[in-house]
Design a protein around this ligand. Sequence first.
Ligand code: DGL
Length: 280
Amino acid sequence: MDRPRRRPIGIFDSGLGGLTVVRAVSERLAGEDIVYLGDTARVPYGSKSADTVVRYSRMSARFLLGRDVKMLLVACNTASAFALDTLRAEVPVPVLGAVEPGAQEAVAATRVGEVGVIGTLGTVRSGSYPRAIGALDPRVRVAQLACPLLVPLVEEGWLSGDGDGPEARAARAIAEKYLGELHARAPELDVIVLGCTHYPLVRPLLARIAAQMWRHEVRLVDSAQAMARAAEQALGDGGLLDASATPGRLACSVTDDARFGEVAARFLGHDLATVEKVDL
Ligand code: DGL
């Protein structure tokens, strides 16, 4: 057996939102085993300080290294924003975050040279997306906006904004408020990076409202999809791709298992058979 290739990919997040990355990775790399850790006991990371997020991220990385992973994916945008450099310096396997792949796609996609980034308070405050975009092309202007209410909205499952019920009206109002603010700051932009694990689930709603507001085409970059593509590339470059025909397995651990099943299925797209509760 080709041992290094057969080792799993480790993916961690502050909670269950990172299952959007698991979904994107397993759709793209069907033969890969994945070990997922959701730090559900301490979610959210988005409103916490850099020091705390770095400390928590180190603990998650240590847990996954104990599971013999061949690569570490930091699904959480906030953890990517604050802890990626630390983890890269300390961890003996390749480490990939959400910010660089999202920034690369945004720079490649913009025609007018203006990009919007939405994410948690921490991700926005870190300045990591403007830095990554500026490093790729200093001419691209970046408008950022923290959208903290989108995380609980998605966790409640108020996703589509269709219809006249209170959930749909609340979802529309929140999305309109945030995108309206972004529009006021960046009326020319033609790309918005969804810089948070949760936002792919409200993508259709955001796309609809963005189309009404900007009145020109606005491309939404999904950082989970961008990460999955980057992981495929990095594994290929490192000779670590598992091309076996056997479908990969998913092992899922969480630090707290209250309210797990329904929310996990929403992010993952299907039910999870088993989940292990762990202490870090
Ligand atoms: N996973 C976080 C992120 O992508 C969102 C949830 C949280 O605040 O922890 O930034």
